[in-house]
Design a protein around this ligand. Structure first.
Ligand code: MLT
Length: 315
């Protein structure tokens, strides 16, 4: 055959080489959780192994850059979230262009967020929390997973709508941030339900509100008020995850990956696991590359001005 050593024909993809999902945040966090559940479901349909590689740093942009520059053979994929759409407004020297440097595979899920506090934080409900924040001006810490993280975006909107400044404490993911929140080293965090549900259920953190416009209907979260009904009118942050390949990945390989993704999104076990954590698995046409890309473009246009208005950026 005319192929170089170690490579396989597109029709034989993935062959014996595993597919790697690059997760741009630490292990044990919400994006990692989605990646591991999806890997398990997609593996059944891809005919090859899928592994997860956590490449955390710079709010997810390090992992994004890594995949943008990886060999376009379908073996290195990026599993990222809304950060792929918000990072262009946050980083002036971003090393990749979201709409030019990736092949789009599809939207995986949408995930609401929750405002949570350390277990020994004095306020017991949202109204008490607002009073406590105002009584403790200049002393409140808010954890996040860095500039570009979902927790950063949510925290930014929370602070700006509440007109309260807090000291933000960046981590390599909300997995490690959660450990510090439970330990009482930081006060507050806005984080995805896929990470907070088990901790809320176990009484390890205090939960104050959800960021969706409607209340959620999982047993652990159904009693939580929305931020909108609590006084932050119009507050609505729901994040999403998608799957991406480096630009130039052969079409037959992309087709195989997209087909396996679509099967995984219909997998009852995957759906059950994600729904139990408050996530909504994609069932509409955004599972298709073209519609997913259009959606990401609309998210870039939606969040860019909001982030620029909040005046936050990095080099
Ligand atoms: C993570 O997996 O740590 C996150 O998705 C963090 C975030 O974006 O807030």
């Amino acid at each position: 055959a005319a192929f170089a050593m170690g490579s396989v024909a597109a029709q034989d993809f993935p062959g014996n080489t595993p597919v790697t999902f690059v997760v741009p945040f630490a292990a044990g966090g919400p994006t990692d959780k989605v990646a591991r559940d999806l890997a398990e479901a997609m593996r059944k349909h891809l005919g090859g192994n899928i592994i997860v590689d956590n490449r955390a740093g710079a709010g997810g942009t390090l992992g994004g850059t890594y995949v943008a520059q990886a060999k376009p053979d379908g073996h290195t994929l990026l599993l990222w979230h809304i950060g792929i759409a918000t990072s262009p407004a946050l980083y002036r020297n971003l090393k990749f262009k979201p709409l030019e440097d990736f092949e789009y595979l599809g939207l995986i899920n949408e995930v609401p967020m929750t405002l949570i506090g350390r277990p020994n934080l004095p306020p017991n409900n949202y109204a008490e929390l607002v009073k406590w924040i105002n009584d403790n001006k200049g002393k409140v810490n808010l954890a996040n997973a860095g500039l570009g993280a979902a927790s950063h975006l949510c925290g930014l909107l929370f602070m700006s709508q509440l007109k309260a400044d807090m000291t933000t404490v960046p981590y390599k993911g909300t997995g490690p941030a959660m450990t510090d929140l439970i330990g009482g080293q930081v006060d507050l965090m806005c984080d995805q339900t896929t990470n907070t549900t088990p901790q809320i259920a176990g009484g390890k953190v205090k939960a104050y509100a959800v960021t969706s416009p409607k209340r959620l209907n999982t047993p652990e979260l159904r009693n939580l008020p929305t931020l909108d009904e609590s006084g932050l009118k119009g507050f609505d942050v729901s994040i999403w995850h998608g799957l991406y390949a480096p630009k130039g990945t052969p079409k037959p390989v992309l087709d195989k990956l997209n087909a396996a993704l679509k099967e995984a999104l219909k997998d009852p076990e995957f759906i059950k696991r994600q729904e139990a954590l408050g996530a909504v698995v994609t069932t509409d046409n955004r599972v298709n590359p073209a519609e997913h890309k259009k959606w990401v473009e609309s998210e870039i246009n939606k969040w860019g001005p909001v982030i620029k208005a909040a005046g936050q950026y990095a080099d």
